[in-house]
Write a protein that binds this ligand. Structure first.
Ligand code: SAH
Length: 391
């Protein structure tokens, strides 16, 4: 059995509820260091703290699975997954899509499971969960009873864990194109070809906010991907909704969704670089009543934070400039290295540069089915600020 002994004083974060053990916090490893093996975590005096998957090659060398001594087996996963299904914003069946397992937020670090109707999409991100893959798939089949499980273990972060990328049906087969139902609107998603697991489930509640605010407004949805915000805005009675994105493939899905909801007349999707287009709109003095900014994470590491903030500043500044009087900016960041205070500070400085004043209507976050551990701020990665131009 693998045993990890922490250096003196390094147990307090774990005891406060955070699930990570950094490599630098480990004093000694006893036993065979197979990447991803389960180890007993002890403080420097030998007191048991819990069980974790251990990958000493990674900076986050341990991820806590449990705080008791019960074996990490089939029954463990069944308990964990059944509990996860009861959490806010989730349902184990039905036509709506939702996240069923959100890694650390559900005490299953390294595992993501999304449900698209009767199709599950699983993402295994760590060597620890990779070793438990067969058990996890078996428990998901038994507990959720899907028609198939598609695996999207193709995130490049797997390479840091020493894992290859994998993508395809893990169990069952069938269509990978699905229709997501959301508050009476339908959205097309392709779980094989789409980003992440196919659709941005984390923005579900923010789409509803945009839908409510969009009525009668001319809406611009930047980095629109498959048109989640634009189609929601049109569904809420926007005068028009223009979605822009670099990816032609995702724009085709967006058009398909607009069509399916009978909203094709008010929706337009154009393939263009959002940075260039925002600049062009500013030059043309074009104005919008509501602008959505939901760019990809500009940084995956802490090192690139400054460059990322410059990127955020630039698009927010430009978006602020093209808002009509009283216009609304819905601006997001999904990079967990940019925390909420930093994000707001960036918005303040962008507003100064744009020479406009705003009210912060609301500071929102990810949908409730992406649970946030109070003790682990990294589990809160999405910021969504709703700003209203004062004049
Ligand atoms: N708002 C979307 C998710 C956005 S994901 C939703 O709610 O579903 C980020 C998107 O940004 C991707 O679709 C990617 O193609 C696009 N993208 C990345 N860089 C871009 C750029 N410079 N200009 C326009 N789109 C870009």
């Amino acid at each position: 059995m693998l045993t990890i002994r922490l250096a003196p004083g390094r147990e307090s974060r774990l005891q406060a509820g955070h699930p990570w053990i950094y490599r630098s916090e480990i004093a000694r490893i006893e036993g065979t260091e197979t990447p991803g093996a389960i180890g007993r975590i002890l403080d420097h005096r030998g007191k048991f703290l819990g069980q974790a998957t251990v990958n000493p090659a990674c900076q986050i060398a341990g991820r806590l699975l449990s705080r008791d001594e019960a074996p990490i087996d089939d029954a463990f996963f069944e308990r964990r997954i059944r509990q996860a299904l009861t959490r806010c914003g989730r349902s184990a069946s039905g036509p709506d899509a939702c996240r069923l397992v959100f890694g650390e937020g559900d005490h299953l670090p390294g595992l993501i499971v999304d449900r698209y109707g009767d199709l599950l999409v699983a993402q295994i991100l760590t060597a620890g969960m990779e070793r438990l893959r067969e058990t996890i798939l078996e428990v998901l089949r038994r507990v959720v009873a899907p028609r198939a499980i598609y695996e999207r273990s193709d995130s490049s972060s797997r390479r840091m864990e020493g894992l290859d990328l994998r993508k395809g049906f893990a169990w069952g087969t069938g269509e990978t194109g699905v229709w997501v139902q959301e508050e009476g609107l339908a959205f097309f998603a392709d779980v094989a070809a789409g980003q992440k697991t196919g659709f941005f489930l984390d923005q579900r509640e923010n789409r509803q906010v945009v839908r409510r605010l969009a009525k009668g407004r001319e809406v611009l949805d930047c980095f629109c991907y498959s048109g989640g915000f634009a189609v929601s805005a049109a569904g809420g009675g926007a005068a028009s909704a223009l979605g822009i994105d670099l990816s032609e493939t995702s724009l085709a899905w967006a058009r398909q969704s607009a069509e399916r909801n009978g909203l094709a007349a008010s929706c337009t999707f154009v393939s263009v670089n959002a940075f260039d287009q925002l600049r062009a709109f500013a030059r043309e003095e074009r104005r919008f009543g509501l602008v959505v900014l939901d760019p990809p994470a500009f940084t995956k590491g802490r090192d690139a934070l400054e460059g990322a903030l410059r990127g955020y500043n630039e698009i927010n500044l430009r978006a602020m400039k093209i808002l009509a009087p009283g216009g609304i900016l819905v601006t997001c960041s999904c990079s967990y290295h940019v925390d909420a205070p930093t994000f707001l500070e960036m918005l303040r400085s962008a507003a100064v540069d744009a020479r406009r004043e705003f009210r912060l209507v609301e500071l929102r976050t990810q949908a409730a089915d992406h649970p946030i551990l109070l003790a682990a701020k990294e589990t809160q990665y999405l910021k969504c600020a709703i700003l209203e131009a004062v004049n």
